[in-house]
Write a protein that binds this ligand. Structure first.
Ligand code: ATP
Ligand code: MG
Length: 285
């Protein structure tokens, strides 16, 4: 069987979670020492480890069939690749920030200003779209220091909690894009490899669905059973079995993490008791 080749960041904020995702998808790699390349014995897959900046180009060229990168890197490189799956981790945003005491009303205030960034393409596209002309200074790292050393009036950089900005005396004034880890794919993957890719994506979705959902069991008074069932509809519909005690049923279902607390409150109002919430290992969707 032909192997699918995936490019993963060698070391950085995407590496660990990407490898964990493969592991949870049942893909075990034969060397964890992270050389340039490793293979799986449990799945027809080969991993190559690269700097994240290089991944979009390697995927466009077909050196790797697919890759995992931050959406920001995908947008910056403007490579001829397809975004085929969002992975939900390494969430961050690309924002413009200025020294905290500087005034700011709108993007127009950046006209004629110097903006430092590692994302010149994204910045240029955004400024152009909004009819703003600024001087873009490309830096490969430590962008947040640029204003304090007089190199720039503003920056465009990755923000997650915002604490780096604060500790450098900056404030966020515009969010330009939101980003998360994504799978990108070459546009000409041949049939055999495509079948392996489809299998991988199916497994990844099962892993993600499981981590976004919980299994819930509870005891319900029969007089409120219908309302309780309506509150936790589950994948198809809940399992309901009678308890030994008359007038009560056991209800099993699946709940998404997002609606969790709201639903729990509602269930308690409806007289549900003995509520158990259990993590799901895999969820076949
Ligand atoms: P490389 O050496 O591979 O070029 P890098 O230094 O460019 O690595 P990292 O800092 O490891 O990149 O970040 C990789 C990706 O993780 C970023 O492109 C972004 O999508 C995401 N990311 C960056 N910083 C954060 C953060 N603070 N929180 C969450 N995600 C982040
Ligand atoms: Mg990089």
């Amino acid at each position: 069987m032909k192997k699918l080749r995936i490019a993963i960041q060698k070391s950085g904020r995407l590496s660990e979670k990407s490898l964990l995702l493969l592991k949870e998808a049942g893909i075990f790699l034969n060397n964890s020492s992270r050389k340039l390349k490793s293979e799986s014995q449990s799945f027809p897959l080969e991993v190559i480890y690269l700097r994240d900046d290089d991944i979009p180009q390697y995927v466009e060229d077909g050196v790797a069939h697919i890759g995992i990168v931050g959406e920001n890197e995908f947008a910056e490189k403007e490579c001829e690749v397809d975004l085929i799956e969002r992975l939900g981790y390494s969430r961050c945003r690309l924002s413009i920030a200025i020294p905290k005491s500087d005034s700011y009303d709108s993007l127009k205030d950046l006209n004629g200003k110097r903006i430092a960034t590692s994302y010149p393409v994204i910045l240029e596209n955004y400024l152009q779209k909004h009819g703003v002309k600024a001087d873009i200074h490309v830096l490969s790292g430590s962008v947040e220091l640029a204003p304090s050393i007089g190199m720039a009036d503003a920056i465009l950089d990755i923000v997650s909690s915002g604490s780096t900005l604060i500790s450098n005396g900056l404030r966020e004034v515009e969010v330009i894009m939101k980003s998360e880890a994504v799978v990108i794919a070459n546009r000409n993957i041949d049939g055999d490899v495509k079948a392996v890719l489809n299998d991988l994506i199916f497994r990844i979705r099962s892993v993600m669905a499981a981590s976004n959902n919980k299994y819930i069991l509870l005891n319900a008074p029969n007089e409120n059973l219908e309302q309780i069932i309506a509150t936790i509809p589950g994948m198809k519909s809940p399992t309901v079995t009678p308890l030994a005690e008359a007038g009560w049923s056991s209800v099993h279902s699946v709940l998404s993490e997002k609606e969790f607390w709201g639903v729990i409150d509602r269930l308690r109002e409806l007289g549900a008791q003995g509520i158990l919430v259990i993590p799901i290992e895999k969820m076949i969707v």
